[in-house]
Design a protein around this ligand. Structure first.
Ligand code: PAF
Length: 283
């Protein structure tokens, strides 16, 4: 695929381009990614194009959001293919900074969003959301877009970002875009590439369990705990090796809920071979 998408690697060049667009009265949208793009990412670009005249996508595999035993070095890097996909989806600029551009020698600041970063993935991946919050704060301040689009697939991340944008008065509208799924319900994820064909056949159980639980919880006043325990059992029976969590949470602040008596979200993380799959569904 030809890489015809203009690419900048420095914050200075990014800002110079955004300045020109602003002088022309154009609205700027931003889609931060870590690359290894799939249709889910491209749908974020499509959403941004409905809200903005010019769309920047970033590709930066952010070391600070990976734990010491996580897949930072193995994380797929395919910038040329990603640039082609982004250009095809209608993005106008790729920002692909180097690690030293983002974290120069002496870098010493961390953005921590308390409360909402704890529990769920925050407990299983210590430091992960501080890494996300720090890099997203930097990216938003570097690009200063009018709107930024993030996927609902990473729902806790989305709520962490909404919180930090409000708390730090960053002048950007955050838009959450719906999860894109395979026909059998599996949420698209760069980490689905880690699944063997046998594991890929098991993986859609995660969405079946979520939709079944949502139907039983929605408007029923039913106690969540026994249903969630049964849902986790179903995942193990389907072939998942373990379930990190399967929980019902308040849709906005992610406080634990005993029943779906307000806008709620089911969130799950479960392990299948080398992959740790996460998913979520509104109730
Ligand atoms: O969701 C992602 O791809 C990353 O966590 C993000 C938001 C680009 C920050 O590195």
């Amino acid at each position: 695929m030809t890489n015809c998408l203009p690419t900048v690697r420095s914050v200075a060049d990014l800002r110079a381009q955004v300045r020109v667009w602003r002088q022309d009265g154009l609205r700027v949208g931003f889609v931060p990614t870590m690359g290894a793009l799939h249709r889910g990412h491209l749908s974020l670009v499509e959403t941004a194009l409905t809200q903005a005249d010019r769309v920047i996508a970033s590709v930066f595999v952010n070391p600070s959001q990976f734990g010491p035993n996580e897949d930072f070095s193995a994380y797929p890097r395919q910038e040329t293919a990603d640039a082609g996909l982004l250009g095809g989806a209608g993005a106008h600029l790729l920002f692909a900074p180097t690690v030293p551009e983002m974290y120069p020698p002496g870098f010493a600041t961390t953005v921590t969003v308390t409360g909402i970063s704890s529990g769920l993935c925050g407990d299983i991946r210590p430091g992960h959301f501080a890494g996300v919050a720090t890099v997203v704060t930097k990216l938003l301040l570097q690009a200063l877009p009018d709107v930024a689009v993030f996927g609902e697939k990473d729902y806790q991340q989305l709520q962490v970002i909404r919180r930090l944008v409000r708390d730090l008065d960053i002048p950007v509208e955050v838009i959450g875009a719906p999860t894109v799924r395979e026909p059998d319900g599996l949420a698209l994820s760069s980490r689905n590439a880690y699944l063997s064909p046998e594991q890929r056949a098991i993986a859609p159980a995660i969405y079946r369990v979520l939709t079944g639980l949502a139907e039983r919880l929605r408007g029923s006043g039913a106690a969540a705990a026994p249903l969630l325990a049964a849902g986790a059992e179903d995942l193990l029976r389907a072939g998942f090796a373990s379930v990190d969590y399967l929980e019902l949470r308040d849709a906005e602040d992610l406080a634990p809920l005993a029943q779906a008596d307000r806008p709620a979200r089911l969130l799950v993380a479960a392990r299948l071979g080398k992959a740790r799959l996460i998913d979520n569904l509104g109730v």
